[in-house]
Every structure is written in C-alpha cells, then in structure tokens.
Design a protein around this ligand. Structure first.
Ligand SMILES: [Zn+2]
Length: 252
C-alpha cells in the first residue's frame, strides 16, 4: 500500500509512504523476511525500487505498525496495543505515537505467540501452534476445513454467513484464541487500550462475543479494566499511519 505525501514542509516537498507486509527494516526501507504467505518477498529493497521509479524519497513501515499508528490517530490516544487480524496476524505496541519496532525490526508480530487453541496446527512461519494458525482469517478457515468443513467455503466472510454449528465453532475458536492472546499481552505489557482490527474484526457476533469473553477471563486483576475496542477500520488506517510516521520524520 502506497501513499503520496505532498506539502510536507512546503510546496514541492513530496515523499512516498509504504505500508508493507513482512519484517521491515524501516531505516533501510527493505523487507527482511516474510512468512510463506508471501513467498519471495523477503530481501526486497522496496524503498530503493520505488524511489528509482518515482524519483521521490520513500519510507517503508511494516503494515502492523502502520496500522497501529493509524489506530492511535483514529482513537486520539498516544499509547495502545493494536492486534490486526487479516490473512495473518500482526499489530503494534504504540507508545507516544511511535511504534515499538524492536531490536530486530520484528516488533508487533503478535501472530507468532503460542496459542492453546492452535495446538498441532501449522503456522505460515513454519512453526506449530502459533496464534496465527487458528485466529487469522486463513487460520479460522484452516480450523474449519481441518474439522470437516465444506470445501466450498473459501473466505472468512463466507463462514460468517453460515449458520451450521461447525462454522460457528470455527469463528468461536478463532475469537477465543485471539481474546486469550490479547489478555496475555495486556498482562505482560499493561497498555492503556487494546484495539483489535483487520478484516477478521468484522467476523460478527459469534466471533466478537468469544473474543471478549476470553479477553476478560484472561486478565489479571491489576489490568482487569483495560478497555478492548473492536475497530471497523480498513486499509486506509494503515496508510494513514504510515503517512503520519513519515511526516514526523520529514518534519524533524
Ligand atoms: Zn508462526
């Protein structure tokens, strides 16, 4: 996802902000690695390639972190924990408007924490039993198909339209896994606010009810009042976050 930024410091100042999947070295504008979901993406010198084409300065931010910054803007708060569940699961810990990128550029890859609901299920990263394997859009579908679901169902949206017990259980299991993981992260980090976003966040009542029940049930007393919001925000949220991140640096 690419956004053109104009008028950063005055007429003629233009840059490009990219929100990209994978582990991104923001300083180098390079994708360091990705899961099997995007084969061949790792190693792509994205900023260099785009800059050579458009003749403008280019910055690249990981999509989970871009989404997190965008959510912080939308909710009007400086700090939050964002969990973004779409094809995969990413997110961001945002403090004072800035994403915590980590020592190896992998900060926010919350899909790769161990989940009880994902026991035995293969994750796109190659490990077994990670949250993404059961609670991402593809993970919810994988659970449904692994348990005898209709092969004609190919998207999470299809699943939400089904009324059979197996489809509801798949959504319930994904919601439970994500809610439990969110609680575990809140217990460890103690953010002001948790926002769950991404296409899976629109999976409906069965999913959201399971998410909230598992979340509340998993919090330790010290953080029991931490609010959890489910965001309807879409791709524009990540783009807004990436643009904001870049503008902060161009103005510095
Ligand atoms: Zn994984």
């Amino acid at each position: 996802m690419v956004g053109l930024l104009e008028g950063l410091r005055g007429p003629g100042d233009v840059g490009v902000a990219i929100s990209a999947a994978g582990v991104v070295d923001v300083g180098a504008g390079r994708v360091l690695s990705s899961t099997n979901s995007i084969a061949g993406w790792g190693g792509t010198p994205l900023a260099e390639l785009v800059s050579a084409r458009v003749g403008l300065p280019v910055w690249v931010l990981g999509d989970g972190n871009a989404f997190g910054v965008g959510l912080a803007i939308e909710y009007g708060v400086p700090d939050l924990l964002a969990l973004v569940a779409g094809t995969g699961i990413g997110g961001s810990l945002v403090l004072d408007g800035e994403p915590v990128l980590g020592a190896h550029h992998a900060g926010g890859h919350f899909g790769h924490v161990v989940s009880a609901e994902a026991a035995g299920m293969p994750c796109p990263c190659g490990r077994i039993g990670h949250l993404e394997a059961v609670a991402s859009g593809s993970g919810i579908l994988a659970w449904y198909h692994a348990n005898g679901g209709d092969p004609a169902v190919t998207t999470t949206r299809d699943l939400t339209r089904r009324t059979d017990e197996l489809a509801r259980t798949a959504l319930h299991t994904g919601g439970t896994a994500l809610g439990a993981a969110a609680a575990g992260l809140v217990n460890a980090i103690d953010p002001r606010l948790v926002v769950v976003a991404g296409s899976v966040a629109r999976a409906g009542e069965v999913w959201e009810s399971a998410l909230r029940t598992a979340y509340r049930g998993g919090l330790i007393p010290a953080v029991a009042e931490t609010p959890l919001e489910v965001s309807g925000g879409g791709a524009e949220t990540a783009l807004r976050g990436a643009a904001h991140y870049v503008m902060r640096r161009m103005k510095a």
